[in-house]
Design a protein around this ligand. Sequence first.
Ligand SMILES: Cc1ncc(COP(=O)(O)O)c(C=O)c1O
Length: 469
Amino acid sequence: MKRYEELAEAIAKSIRDEVIKPGEKLPSVRETSKKRGVSASTVFEAYYLLEARGLITTRPRSGYYVNSSAKKLRPLAEQKTENLSKQQEVDVSELVFEVLEATRARSSVPFGSAFPSPVLFPMAKLAKTMSYTVQKMDPWRTVEDLGPGDNELRRQIALRYRIDGVDIPTEEIVITNGALEGLNLCLAAVTRPGDTILIESPTFYAALQAIERYGLKTVEVPSHPDTGVDLDIMEQTIQRYRPKACWIMTNFQNPIGSLMPDANKKRLVEMITKYQIPLIEDDVYGELYFDEKRPTPTKTYDEEGLILHCSSFSKSLAPGYRIGWVAAGKFAKQVERLKLSTSITTSVPAQQTIANYLSKGGYDRHLRQLRHLLVLQQLRYLKAVEQYFPEETRISRPHGGYFFWIELPKSVDALKLHRTALDNGISIAPGPIFSAQRSYKNFIRLNYGHEWDEQVDDALAILGKLVKT
Ligand SMILES: Cc1ncc(COP(=O)(O)O)c(C=O)c1O
């Protein structure tokens, strides 16, 4: 990443965290240049970039100012729950399919999409790597590489774990068709039909669909916007229902965006160890952090192999390649066998392409660039939501990923809003698809992973108007 981009990102974070307040003047170019030890032209370029992104404005003969929003929306509140959730069967698939099918069209503005813009990924570089890889590929690899996956790819993934401070043997890693296959295999490995599984609320809808498909029951534990799953309620729920497994997102939870602090992660691992409950940890957004370093997976603290850690390159490097993995602890062999009997293996050329890309270096550079774009976009989208949405709206402030979780006024029906927005060429993800009980009737998830432009601005203005009416 260029120095001016790094500087722009640092300033954007200060604006987001209100270290520099809306309307306030930025330090002069000379001051910033001296303080940061960079040239004046680097500061100019950073300020130009922030100006082009609509985050600051220059006033002639006065300097640069942080753009202030028309109003400031409040952050999301913690859910106060006194009663434990009931154990229940899940029946949301139809609703989820209906929403997903409607949000896929390229013609609609994709606020409801689960993916960031595909143009943010190094597609041309990957295509070159794939072409080279396939030409050099030993044909016998397509026959021999059945089973847990390409050895070099598994080694590269183990290496990345090690850099992040988690020691996972290469043999424990099973390559899957995206994280979703991995998550499903893990669920199959640790449950039988009729079992109860503990999930967060709200939760990723595909977790609900998997639970429905396997004939499982759920108990939901509330997740808080900042710290993730409520551990006190989780322990009470475990004591009451004795679930067979948990499925939890600790880093940039989808849809709420929460990031569980390390102390909570440790307590979570102590809890599942005490009750001997396997934990399926869905960590597909871990690389998209905006703070100093990658947040740890709970797997870091797992001494008994109870955590089945799932992730993929779908959101961070190569959407569409469908390369994910599982590090399943003491369930690794079961997951490996389930993979073999479900889909034999994952596309060998795609695995080798990603392995070659990783071994050449450049992934971290790409990630820095991607995170940089997401930080700036988050701020730009936030300003627009503040401008266009009604005052009672509450919004999450995630420190990573690319989703806002938005609480609209009580009178708004998110499912109706989804249908009217679609008629206007805009997709959103309505709250009820994230809950077994179809709660969150006045919530939506909004994707800010698509480049800011006039069409996005217009679409947010229309959405704001629809919410108000
Ligand atoms: C929380 C979460 N887990 C898993 C997945 C699936 O990941 P993949 O595309 O690698 O299968 C998604 C995709 O939307 C997701 O949001």
